[in-house]
Write a new protein. Structure first.
Length: 557
């Protein structure tokens, strides 16, 4: 990236509501595009499709102020649906396509959906209508008026084609009038976050927060402009994928989405679209691209910026794989409408490897002692608090939970651990609740994971607590090996012994090839439940004594 491209371009203030933003973008950059593996639309075509879906949603019975669910595969229709819903003054509820019937039923009922858009076009992989019907059997969802299916009418649901006549009869002037009535403070999205063990919580996000996120990261962190192409494999039911979309709509950059992630397709998209920016974000995604057999031959000469998340050890490894590309890091949360902080491309390499950058324009962050609430000095770890324009409104139908999380001064208490460097950059170090208590000793899962990935055979590691009669809990490590590598449980234990404190050494090693995922994050609560069930089923109440071929048997100190 040239020096002049690292300066924020002069921009005209874009609209603060989603429907108006796409109309503005389509007029300003009609030929800018969104690209999916099997479809390509200009901004102007996407804008027209959003109008069609706004009329469809109205024909289905939705009104301004309603909540409309979207359970679709990652396509242009998903984006157009969310814009169309916002355009009529309703609130979009993007639903995680990995949810099963129980979770779907809960969200449909809890979110008070009046209309739900879904598809049967991928029924051979995911039968959304069948899952919805199963979920509704145990969750009656009294507010739900209609389930609209793109495809065939099934299970008592309405095929979208059946509403085509009624949708065409909705005057476009009616849609425009509803769009003009939407205010920046109105809700644009109800985003359901993955819980640690309980059901997901609904985060209420305003139009202003959503559009401001796109402008902040597009103009002031990625320095996007027309002609750039941004590759994104992140789900469109999470803020990461949508925030990147908003950055492109705000700047005229092309948005290249991976659809259902496949490393072959990903590498081809990065090459064919001459992508300048990429947000793989998670090692579970990016390592599959970097380790692809054809990666060394791929022409990625246009790639200038990549955003990844992870420990400094992991970020260092990823940066070494593409040394000529500027790698950024960030700190984010659904409650912050995506990103709260991102590095600047001009930050020194070491800063980009060890911090997530300054808070975005319009956002503030601080670190406090989680026990006393006192603000911590630079470089001291505590709980991350943030507030500002992009902070969410609160949790839907959970006033007590909202009051617990957002204090009287507007600070959101994240339950994330981190620190601020002396220059005000934010660094995330782990979850407040992702701490193990091993015989009275605190063990940060992230610390053990960072050590484990230093082993040449370890690709990805996730550490959780396993129940133990002697120490209350002990570390258990789930490990995915790098392609072609082999390793044993004992080899991993030997690697740890003598290098980290014995109480931090995993007592159980489990090798995996697939992870329980929530969009892009490993669901650690599933791994905890898995090891607990395994040990309980085998009658194991106390971890085995640590042994090494070179070290006598020891007990954790």
């Amino acid at each position: 990236m040239d020096a002049d491209e690292r300066e924020a371009p002069a921009t005209v203030e874009s609209p603060a509501t989603l429907g108006a933003l796409l109309s503005w973008s389509a007029q300003r950059w009609p030929e800018a595009r969104i690209e999916f593996p099997r479809e390509s639309l200009s901004f102007a075509e996407l804008n027209a499709r959003a109008d069609e879906l706004a009329r469809l949603v109205l024909a289905a019975g939705a009104q301004a102020g309603d909540h409309v669910g979207v359970l679709l595969d990652p396509t242009a229709d998903l984006i157009a649906a969310l814009v169309g819903i916002a355009r009529i003054g309703a609130t979009g509820v993007p639903i995680n396509e990995r949810f099963k019937a129980r979770e779907l039923g809960y969200v449909i009922e809890h979110a008070d959906l009046t209309v739900l858009l879904t598809t049967d076009r991928i029924a051979e992989y995911l039968d959304f209508p069948a899952l919805i019907a199963e979920g509704l059997a145990s969750n009656p969802a009294p507010a739900l008026r209609r389930v609209v299916v793109f495809g065939a009418s099934r299970l008592g649901f309405t095929a979208a084609a059946e509403l085509s006549g009624a949708a065409a009869a909705v005057p476009l002037e009616q849609v425009r009038g509803l769009q003009d009535a939407v205010k920046p403070e109105d809700l644009v999205l109800l985003m359901y976050t993955s819980g640690t063990s309980a059901m997901p919580k609904g985060c209420m996000i305003s139009h202003d927060a959503f559009t401001a996120q796109g402008r902040a990261i597009g103009d002031h962190r990625y320095f996007l402009r027309p002609g750039h192409a941004f590759w994104c494999p992140l789900p469109l039911f999470h803020n990461g994928g949508l925030a990147t979309l908003m950055a492109c709509l705000s700047t005229g950059a092309t948005y290249v989405h991976a659809g259902h992630f496949d490393p072959d397709v990903a590498l081809r998209q990065l090459e064919e679209h001459r992508c300048t920016h990429a947000i793989p974000a998670f090692e579970t995604i990016w390592l599959r691209v970097l380790d692809h057999p054809r990666f060394s031959e791929a022409d990625l000469s246009s790639l200038a910026l990549v955003l990844n998340a992870g420990t400094s050890a992991r970020l260092r490894q990823l940066q070494a794989r593409l040394p000529e590309v500027i790698q950024l890091a960030n700190y984010g949360a659904t409650e912050g409408t995506g990103h709260i902080s991102i590095n600047l491309p001009t930050d020194p390499l070491e800063v980009r490897l060890t911090t997530g950058g300054h808070p975005l324009p319009g956002m503030e962050a601080k670190i406090v002692d989680p026990q006393t609430g006192e603000e911590e000095p630079p470089n001291r770890v505590g709980e991350i608090l943030f507030r500002g324009r992009m902070r969410f409104v609160g949790y839907y139908k959970a006033p007590d939970l909202t009051a617990e999380a957002i204090d009287a001064d507007g600070w959101f208490h994240s339950s994330d651990l981190g620190f601020m460097d002396p220059d005000g950059r934010l660094a995330y170090t782990g979850r407040l609740k992702d701490m193990l208590k091993v015989g009275g000793e605190n063990v940060a899962a992230a610390e053990v994971e960072a050590f484990l990935i230093g082993h040449p055979a370890v690709g990805i590691a996730a550490v959780v607590g396993a129940p133990d009669a002697r120490y209350d809990e002990v570390p258990a490590a789930y490990i995915e090996l790098v392609p072609g590598a082999s390793c044993t449980e004992q080899e991993i234990i030997d690697y740890c012994l003598g290098q980290i404190a014995t109480f931090k050494v995993p007592r159980y090693i489990r090798f995996v090839t697939e992870w329980p995922m929530s969009g892009t994050k490993i669901q650690k609560f599933v791994l905890r439940e898995r090891i607990e069930r395994e040990l309980g089923g085998r009658g194991i109440t106390e971890a085995p004594v640590l042994r090494s071929a070179a070290v006598p048997a020891t007990r954790p100190a």
